[in-house]
Ligand binder design. Structure first.
Ligand SMILES: [Zn+2]
Length: 61
């Protein structure tokens, strides 16, 4: 299981994205960011994605 804390991406937010693969996490994180943080698809730049990808960590829970 992989996890990504929204807080680690710089948002004041308790949302945690969970998934089996990095791609799944990226997909869910993008949906969450657009829905709850008013991010636009054009805000998801390659740089932003790379930054977020590095925040994904493994979790056994
Ligand atoms: Zn969030």
């Amino acid at each position: 299981m992989l996890k990504l804390k929204c807080k680690d991406a710089g948002f004041d937010c308790g949302f945690v994205v969970k998934g089996k693969t990095e791609d799944e996490i990226m997909q869910k994180a993008a949906e969450h960011a657009m829905k709850d943080h008013a991010m636009k698809p054009e805000d998801m730049t390659p740089e932003m994605k790379e930054k977020i990808r590095k925040l994904i960590h493994k979790s056994w829970f």
